[in-house]
Design a protein. Structure first.
Length: 444
């Protein structure tokens, strides 16, 4: 397609694409001709581009090269500059040659080189996960979020490792203050070796000893695209299949991408189940101790007598029984993570069954305690994001200790203190206990 003002078209394309680190605008020149080529290296197959375009450019005469480019099956002409931009965002290379703009398709497809998501699984939805190669990750993100307003800023972190780190955001949706704050925080990171997203999360957190995560760590490209469309920023790190998403409020850690793919009432029901599981995991052990040791009148007579009968042969107080079984469950959970995958699930399942049955028969714990520990363990695993799951596992013991010393009053005060602590947290300026993230009105 011919343009009367080629320079204006090139300037418009670069203005739309911005100054992201993967945007390439290269002026090439040989003895007899010159051209300009524009493409996105995370979407474009540079090996084929070099083979089919750059090498013939330097070897052929101007007329031969023009005829050759037009004869390529993956070359096409377009009528509008908006179509050129779309083609570039889909992996094409725009070549400006002798006043003529051509599009040659070199889309890089990397789906065959990536694995399935293993940490955040869904039933109905994309199964691919990120990889440890940052270029492959950018390719997946660009394919799922093909917007010209997507900006990428690159930075190296780590005095020795010099790990490549990139900030991704939608310039039209993200708040400028958010991006400025992230850049300042990254500039202040002083670390020798950066290897993982969680490591960077600790460095970026203003409250270094906070229990709860204030940035989401995810391995799913679809979650990244979804959050970019919400005006959030994504920090991608080379060498790890996980990224950081900020801001992240409490609701984000209790949501799964499955909620987006299911119908409204089904997704609401699943979210309700998660909050019920959170309450059971957090409160049930402490509530059991508070009722059995301090306020047995909470139960009906039949239930109270049944619990008392099951504990008749247990030689120590209820709180030692709870602490013993919870500690065993934590050890089994940790063992399942550290053991080889081929034997981990089998060993922990068999170990849990044998341990529970033997403990009851030996009179060390009651039957009711086995039910409570099983309910707590299952409920804790319904939290979609591991970082929040780990935080709740620790918070459970804080409430447990308060209940041991102060009874139900300690449990109530502990819950109030936990809510107050969460309300005091923030994530990139957003209140942590917001129901959901809302883009700032002054965002571009």
């Amino acid at each position: 397609m011919f343009f009367q003002n080629k320079a204006k078209t090139e300037d418009w394309l670069m203005e739309q694409l911005g100054s992201s680190s993967d945007i390439i605008c290269r002026n090439i020149k040989s003895a007899n001709q010159k051209a300009t080529i524009i493409y996105i290296n995370s979407l474009c197959d540079e090996v084929n581009l070099h083979k089919e375009v750059l090498k013939p450019f330097y070897e052929a005469s101007p007329q031969e090269f023009t005829n050759y480019i037009k004869s390529l099956p993956n070359a096409k002409t377009v009528k509008q500059k908006e179509d050129i931009l779309t083609a570039i965002l889909q992996g094409g290379a725009a070549i400006s040659l002798n006043g003529e703009m051509l599009i040659v398709e070199f889309e890089k497809v990397v789906n065959n080189n990536v694995g399935e998501a293993t940490v955040e699984t869904v039933i109905q939805g994309p199964q691919n996960a990120l990889t440890e190669d940052i270029t492959t990750n950018l390719n997946q993100i660009r394919h799922r979020y093909p917007q010209a307003s997507l900006r990428i800023k690159s930075k190296k972190i780590g005095r020795q490792s010099q790990t490549k780190t990139m900030i991704l955001y939608d310039e039209k949706l993200a708040s400028p203050d958010l991006i400025e704050g992230i850049e300042k925080s990254l500039a202040n990171v002083d670390i020798a070796v950066l290897s993982a997203a969680g490591q960077l999360h600790k460095q970026l957190t203003t409250q270094k000893r906070t229990l709860f995560p204030t940035m989401m760590i995810t391995e799913r490209p679809d979650r990244i695209a979804y959050n970019l469309a919400e005006g959030k920023a994504v920090i991608v790190i080379d060498g790890t299949p996980f990224v950081l998403i900020t801001p992240s409020v409490f609701y984000d850690f209790m949501s799964s991408m499955e909620d987006v793919y299911q119908s409204f009432w089904i997704s609401r029901f699943i979210v309700l189940l998660r909050y019920m599981g959170l309450a059971i995991s957090l409160l049930l052990p402490a509530f059991y101790i508070g009722v059995t040791a301090y306020n047995p009148e909470f139960f009906r007579v039949q239930l109270a007598l049944g619990i008392a009968g099951s504990r008749a042969g247990v030689p120590y107080p209820a709180f030692l029984e709870v602490l013993f079984m919870l500690l065993m469950m934590e050890l089994l959970t940790e063992a399942s993570v550290r053991l080889p995958k081929s034997i981990g699930s089998t060993a922990t399942t068999v170990g849990g069954l044998i341990l529970g049955q033997a403990a009851v028969e030996a009179g060390l714990v009651s039957n009711v305690m086995i039910i409570i520990v099983a309910a707590v363990a299952i409920s804790n695993f319904v939290i979609p994001i591991n970082a929040m799951s780990f935080a709740m596992r620790v918070a459970k013991y804080i409430l447990l200790i308060l209940t041991i010393f102060f009874g139900m009053v300690g449990l109530v005060m502990g819950v109030i203190g936990l809510v107050a602590y969460l309300a005091n947290l923030s994530s990139s300026g957003q209140p942590y206990l917001k129901l959901f993230f809302i883009r700032s009105k002054d965002s571009k």
